[in-house]
Design a protein. Structure first.
Lengths: 380, 137
């Protein structure tokens, strides 16, 4: 309870401090210390105004930090200016914070780590565990990222696409380990939706919800991958699908389509089929045509070829792969899609060979096991 | 970010600038110390850059062990494959942005000082580490 409240409030408090003119790195340290103090005292008694309490304590910590910093540099002790209340105290600065944490000067991994810490309110240890690196390494990654963005202006930059890419990276880290990063990405995207009327932000939230709705069906009891057409659809989360569809419809109505809305539309059509055989492949293909036109992404073209195979048969699907070799080379997904289409066209021998090669090339154990099983099935 | 295992074999090939390097017990104490300091420095710099995952050194002792069959003791030998007998001396595991960065780190590790303070030019074996997360459907 306290935990959830603190994680909701921490980016707001950080936003207030930065807006008042504090340096980002110091402000973030101050908020972390205020959170520790809140953890210790709120369990006994929750303050009447938790947000105001946190802002006051964080402000005090900031002054302490600035003092000790000054002392450490053997300067004269300077009392940090007590800034007056800013004009936008009421507003939630999460959007601005996210822009800062996803600054283009940061590598994707650094942006992910900083976002989870400064906006998500996760501890360094939790983030380190989620990415399977030592805590000291993650602490350095975050601290370097903070230094990088510390001088950056706290204003809305032009391109929200960078923020969306970072959120999608977090989402795709999934839910191994103790921290549910997919759920965290959804939570952060919800915060963003509140502050941005960009349809692609809503499209991203819809996409995450529509994919995440299938998570319980995506692995079997031993942890093996279950492909979409074999999933037990009764295990899909229908509430989440309904919410995703509603959000998507609202976004599409704005008539400014982007890749995330289109991907969400594809996910919605899959989610809409009660049985795999009821999938509306022609409509999914129409969306894929739009996706490929929008993104020029060879992996989108690859997925489109699978759908072409469903609509017009495997030979048409194989023809749709023409030209992808240049872009994808021996990418395991290209090999796996070709294997899938060849198997459907009856060339099981070559299909098995390609599945085996794809299994050798993936860096995911779950995919390797799945692809190996496909190859083995064809050789039965 | 992908993780990579950098395996140290202490092997130099025919095309390395140093065709072979003297065994470490023929180095001076200072040369050995400089070499070990370098390994520590690698760990420190990689932690600082947010890329360090693990580093271990292995002893030269060890055994090959396999299942002996039902009701049989484990089979233990000092090496069933004499022709491929090779030493794994240790490793680094790093978490980096790209394969190119992994290669850059490996080349740096290979520049560790040896006898006379010269780089040893050992070959590092660089292997991507698998994870369990599948790409999205």
């Amino acid at each position: 309870m306290t935990e959830a409240l603190l994680r909701e409030l921490s980016p707001q408090v950080l936003g207030v401090l930065v807006r008042r003119g504090a340096d980002f790195a110091s402000a973030e340290d101050a908020v972390q210390e205020a959170l520790i103090e809140a953890h210790q005292t709120w369990a006994e008694q929750l303050p009447d105004q938790p947000r105001a309490w946190l802002i006051t304590v964080a402000q005090r910590k900031l002054v302490d930090l600035q003092r000790s910093e000054a002392a450490r540099r053997r300067r004269e002790e300077v009392v940090a200016e007590q800034p007056g209340p800013g004009p936008t105290e009421q507003s939630d600065d999460t959007l601005l914070l996210m822009f800062l944490c996803c600054h283009p000067d940061l590598s994707p991994a650094s942006a992910v780590a900083l976002t989870l810490r400064a906006v998500g309110g996760l501890t360094t240890r939790e983030i380190a565990e989620a990415f399977l690196v030592p805590e000291a390494t993650m602490a350095q990654r975050i601290s370097r990222a903070k230094r990088t963005v510390s001088g950056a202006a706290f204003t809305t930059p032009a391109d929200i696409a960078v923020v969306l890419r970072v959120l999608y990276l977090i989402f795709n880290e999934g839910y191994g380990g103790r921290i549910d990063l997919a759920a965290e990405a959804i939570r952060l995207t919800r915060l963003l939706v509140r502050e941005s009327d960009e349809p692609e932000v809503a499209g991203m939230l819809a996409l995450m919800l529509l994919h995440d709705a299938r998570r319980d069906a995506r692995r079997d009891e031993r942890g093996a991958l279950v492909p979409l057409d074999e999933q037990d659809r009764s295990r899909w989360n229908t509430d989440q699908i309904a919410e995703g569809v509603r959000i998507l419809e609202g976004a599409l109505a704005r008539d400014r389509r982007g890749e995330y809305q289109v991907q969400a539309a594809i996910a919605a059509l899959h989610d809409d089929a009660q049985r795999a055989e009821e999938t509306d492949w022609p409509q999914i293909l129409a969306w894929y045509d739009e996706l490929v036109a929008l993104t020029d992404n060879p992996l989108a073209a690859l997925s489109r070829a699978v759908v072409v195979g469903e609509v017009d048969g495997p030979l048409a699907g194989l023809r749709a792969l023409d030209g992808l070799d240049d872009a994808l080379g021996q990418h395991h997904r290209l090999l796996a899609v070709r294997a899938h289409l060849l198997a459907r066209s009856g060339d099981t021998e070559q299909a098995a060979e390609l599945y085996r090669e794809a299994a050798r090339r993936t860096t995911s154990t779950a995919e390797r096991d799945h692809l190996t099983r496909k190859a083995a099935d064809l050789r039965q | 970010m992908p993780k990579y295992l950098l395996l140290k074999h202490y092997q130099v090939g025919p095309d390395s600038p140093a065709a072979d390097f003297a065994p470490m017990d023929e180095w001076s104490a200072d040369e050995v110390a400089a070499h070990i300091d370098f390994q520590r420095e690698v760990g420190r710099v990689l932690t600082e850059s947010g890329e360090f995952v693990d580093a271990q050194a292995l002893t030269e002792q060890g055994a090959w062990v396999r299942y002996g069959g039902p009701d049989a003791a484990p089979v233990v030998t000092d090496g069933p494959f004499p022709e491929t007998k090779e030493l794994i001396a240790g490793w680094f595991v790093i978490d980096v942005e790209s394969e190119a960065r992994a290669h850059e780190v490996a080349a740096w590790v290979s520049s560790a000082p040896g006898k006379g303070g010269e780089p040893i030019y050992e070959w590092l074996e660089v292997r991507p580490v698998m994870d369990d997360a599948p790409a999205d459907e």
